[in-house]
Design a protein around this ligand. Structure first.
Ligand SMILES: NC(=O)c1ccc[n+]([C@@H]2O[C@H](COP(=O)([O-])OP(=O)(O)OC[C@H]3O[C@@H](n4cnc5c(N)ncnc54)[C@H](O)[C@@H]3O)[C@@H](O)[C@H]2O)c1
Ligand SMILES: O=C(O)[C@H]1O[C@H](OP(=O)(O)OP(=O)(O)OC[C@H]2O[C@@H](n3ccc(=O)[nH]c3=O)[C@H](O)[C@@H]2O)[C@H](O)[C@@H](O)[C@@H]1O
Length: 345
């Protein structure tokens, strides 16, 4: 598998840079100072919640609020171990940290296609800046890459060793090619400068706190069902995705950061559903009277997607615990609260 190979074949040619003096400091000895870029977003804010549970962690979030919001972090604002910085990762950031979880990037296709040049700058210049920071202070850095690096995959399910089938000039390229370059940069900094890197290839993740009008399929269907609007299945509806609940994802990311493997490692739930099946499930759960409407799809939509998580099981001792049928009601409850739609008894 590529992940095995990654650690062996991509050995750094230089020893890692000396870690930040912070690690040896008398006062901060027991503390890990952690930067989460994109920490005001969906996955980032759940990750922050988990990291803040550990009293030895100090957490700094850097976010430009393009798709995230301060609201997602409101319970931490003012906490002595927490700091929030309005910052765009396409600009350099000069701070002292021990670990960097680099999530900053719009993730929903409607948002990443909105300003594609900015998306590619975020992926390339943003990752370069965070690697520069990691190099300067000797921090370990984890990149949240994506299953979109496999493009419209011709191998199913997708192992990390699969190089993908990606359109380099399509409307999704700013995101999938952007993440591929970000992965390349991570490995080049690792080999050339000895930076400690981790790469997670995340597969579709869902859960509370997703933007209600985020445009991704699970949030769309739940919001539509609660608003008594038809569920919009994009044609043909037989395309598949594998949905991972956000707490499982956060657990996988922290294990990867704390472990010894660089990755890339797939983190996702292998349960695979067609979009028609997903619509039927949401309909059944929330509103059996709702209509399911077939609408036009967007270019280059991957036709199938399912992670091979053999490596995550073996190397991280990780596998998802929450089935889609258990995760959807948790997300429904959150959306009901935010939309002010009570459950009919
Ligand atoms: N959710 C998924 O299904 C999924 C799947 C694969 C990969 N990922 C990756 O995980 C990460 C988080 O995804 P998410 O679902 O939480 O998305 P999200 O859109 O909710 O969060 C992204 C965050 O990054 C911030 N951001 C965007 N551009 C920025 C910039 N230039 N500078 C600083 N901050 C910036 C946004 O404001 C937001 O808070 C992304 O890197 C995404 O590519 C997510
Ligand atoms: O997991 C991943 O790697 C990637 O998955 C998603 O990209 P995508 O799978 O295209 O996400 P959605 O927009 O949720 O679409 C999933 C499927 O649902 C369909 N869809 C979407 C919206 C809708 O209303 N109806 C509908 O049928 C789409 O055509 C697509 O086939 C994320 O948005 C990316 O950030 C992420 O990197």
């Amino acid at each position: 598998m590529a992940s095995n190979a990654s650690n062996e074949d991509h050995k750094a040619t230089k020893p890692p840079p000396t870690p930040s003096p912070l690690r040896n400091s008398k006062f901060f000895q027991s503390n890990m100072r952690i930067l989460v870029t994109g920490g005001a977003g969906f996955i980032g804010s759940h990750l922050v919640d988990k990291l803040m549970e550990n009293e030895k962690n100090e957490v700094i979030v850097a976010d430009n609020y393009f798709t995230g919001s301060k609201d997602n972090l409101k319970k931490w604002i003012g906490h002595p171990r927490f700091e929030l910085i309005r910052h765009d990762v396409t600009e350099p950031l000069l701070i002292e940290v021990d670990q960097i979880y680099h999530l900053a990037c719009p993730a929903s296709p409607i948002f990443y296609k909105h300003n594609p040049v900015k998306t590619i700058k975020t992926n390339v210049i943003g990752t370069l800046n965070m690697l520069g920071l990691a190099k300067r202070v000797g921090a370990r850095i984890l990149l949240t890459s994506t299953s979109e690096v496999y493009g419209d995959p011709l191998v199913h399910p997708q192992p990390e060793s699969y190089w993908g089938n990606v359109n380099p000039i399509g409307v999704r390229s700013c995101y999938d090619e952007g993440k591929r370059v970000a992965e390349t940069l991570m490995f080049d900094y690792h080999r050339q400068h000895g930076i400690e890197i981790r790469i997670a290839r995340i597969f579709n993740t869902y859960g509370p706190r997703m933007n209600i009008d985020d445009g991704r399929v699970v949030s769309n269907f739940i919001a539509q069902a609660l608003r008594d609007e038809p569920l919009t299945v994009q044609a043909p509806g037989t395309q598949t995705r594998s949905f991972c609940y956000v707490s499982d994802m956060v657990d996988g990311l922290i294990r990867l950061m704390e472990g010894e493997n660089t990755g890339p490692i797939n983190i996702g739930n292998p349960g695979e559903f067609t979009m028609i099946e997903l619509a039927e499930t949401v309909k059944e759960l929330i509103n059996p009277k709702i209509e399911i409407k077939m609408v036009e799809n967007t270019p280059d939509d991957p036709r199938q997607r399912k992670p091979d998580i053999t490596n995550a099981k073996k190397m991280l001792g990780w596998e998802p615990k929450i089935k889609l049928s258990d995760g959807l009601p948790l997300m429904e409850a959150d959306f009901r609260l935010r939309l002010g739609v009570a459950k009919k008894l």
